[in-house]
Write a protein that binds this ligand. Structure first.
Ligand SMILES: [Zn+2]
Length: 471
């Protein structure tokens, strides 16, 4: 049997969180009941004219820059025609052959070097309204008793990002999407919550034998609303295509839905050609010309992918640690503040990635300076106290000294009776020690630590034991 290579390209839609819609002043976002955020423009009343949202244009340029794209001197809106109840104009205003951002490359750092994913384009368009099919088992139109349309989403700004088919496994696609999502969130242009549909991805999937240079027929996989569904959907489709080729069949170009429950794909409809949409330039909108002033004004923050590599070099972290710490900007920032406060870089990363992350505390709310003190002293704080400190680290009253006070009991008057009691309870070991088995000192120290729940100062305990054992 030949060895197969998956070839995957993604089309990602990102809802921008502008205050208003793309071409009118209706509110953008969740809030009112169905069909409360509408106006003559987004309901396509005759004579209503679109006015582009400046913020949406600037954010698309910002995203394009983060994707390494060239920003076009001139971009044009087109009308993309297709009939559907959620599209009252009968066309969607989108960008066609003159998109705002083209020809980018997005770097995805990995444990074995960088993957470079080519970006064909990123363009701005308006979202369709939301159709809700009621009464069917699957939530699809097939079998539904009736359908409702909520126009609140109609005309909200949407960026479509199209990648080259540079991804070669489901895992790689998922990894790319996770970093892209994190980037979009940190740019502050979208909350990109997949379960709310703010970030949606379709995958173009084909397979070929390893060594082949031509692409074979691809299918388009839709209806995937989490990173795991995307990965599993791609895996299912890759399996299906390999089976088709190996049984002597031909993969047919079509649009497929991934069914999570059965872990299979089902055909939706024959793929339309781009020409079917009868694109033509939107006569009510002038071309967008971003201009030098805009490009100079837009500043990019350090992007998550770059920050992963910096964490590796600056703090000497392994790739995996750097990646986990950078899964949110808040956690990354907290890590840096703790590490720069003098805590050992590796220790800080272990604590934050594991015990701290397990508490569910919001990293943005943590008093990093105080937390750094607690982490530095962690080996001399009882375990339970340390865990409590992490859980309480976002409280306004959080002070390291509260927990450090529980640290060490160095007071001999408190420790001496405990030492005496332990020596009295272990006469055999005492005799052995005095007979030359000095290694037993560790045993006695351990007993005292257990008795004091780890709170005794080991130095003081050592001193006390030596004094008493050499008598
Ligand atoms: Zn409107």
């Amino acid at each position: 049997m030949p060895e197969w290579e998956p070839v995957i390209g993604l089309e990602i839609h990102v809802q921008l969180k502008t205050r208003t819609k793309m071409f009118c002043r209706c509110a953008n976002g969740f809030g009112g009941g169905p069909n409360t955020q509408t106006c003559p423009v987004c309901l396509a009343f005759p004579g209503a004219l679109p006015v582009p949202n400046q913020q949406a244009i600037e954010w698309t340029v910002k995203l394009g820059r983060a994707l390494g794209c060239t920003i076009a001197d001139r971009a044009l809106f087109h009308r993309k025609h297709y009939p559907y109840p959620d599209l009252p104009k009968g066309y969607q205003i989108s960008q066609y052959d003159e998109p705002l951002c083209v020809d980018g490359r997005f770097i995805v750092p990995g444990p074995d070097g960088d993957a470079e994913i080519g970006i064909v384009r990123a363009h701005l368009e308006e979202d369709a309204a939301k159709t809700i099919h009621v009464g069917g088992a699957t939530g699809r139109i097939v079998g539904a008793a009736h359908s409702d349309v909520d126009f609140n989403r109609g005309g909200t700004p949407l960026v479509e990002i199209v990648t080259h088919p540079d991804l070669h496994s489901a895992d790689e696609a998922k990894h790319f999407l996770q970093l892209l999502r994190q980037t979009v969130v940190e740019l502050g242009i979208s909350d990109a919550e997949m379960e709310k549909g703010q970030l949606r991805a379709d995958a173009n999937v084909s397979v070929r034998e390893v060594g082949e240079t031509e692409f074979r027929t691809r299918t388009e996989l839709k209806n995937m609303n989490s990173f795991n569904h995307i990965a599993r959907g791609i895996e299912a489709e890759v399996r299906r295509q390999i089976a088709v080729w190996e049984s002597g069949g031909e993969v047919v170009q079509q649009t497929l839905d991934y069914e999570v429950k059965s872990d299979t794909v089902t055909a939706r409809r024959q793929k339309e050609e781009a020409d079917d949409y009868r694109y033509f330039p939107e006569p009510d909108l002038v071309p967008i010309e971003p201009g030098r002033e805009l490009l100079e004004r837009i500043e990019l923050p350090e992007l998550p992918g770059e920050r992963i590599r910096r964490f590796e070099s600056q703090y000497g972290l392994a790739y995996y640690d750097a990646e986990v710490l950078n899964s949110s900007a808040g956690l990354a920032a907290l890590y840096e503040r703790v590490a720069l406060d003098g805590v050992d870089a590796k220790a800080a990363s272990n604590v934050l990635m594991n015990e701290f992350a397990a508490t569910g505390v919001d990293p943005d709310a943590v008093n990093a300076e105080e937390l750094a003190k607690v982490i530095s002293a962690r080996s001399s704080i009882p375990r339970e106290t340390f865990t409590r400190a992490l859980a309480e680290s976002a409280d306004p009253e959080f002070r390291a000294e509260t927990y450090l006070a529980e640290t060490v009991v160095a007071d001999t008057s408190e420790l001496e009776p405990i030492v005496d009691r332990i020596l009295a309870a272990n006469p055999g070991q005492v005799e052995a020690y005095r007979g030359g088995k000095e290694g037993l000192l560790g045993f006695f120290v351990g007993q005292v630590m257990r008795e004091t729940q780890g709170k005794a100062d080991p130095k003081v305990v050592n001193g006390l034991l030596r004094d008493k054992l050499t008598v």
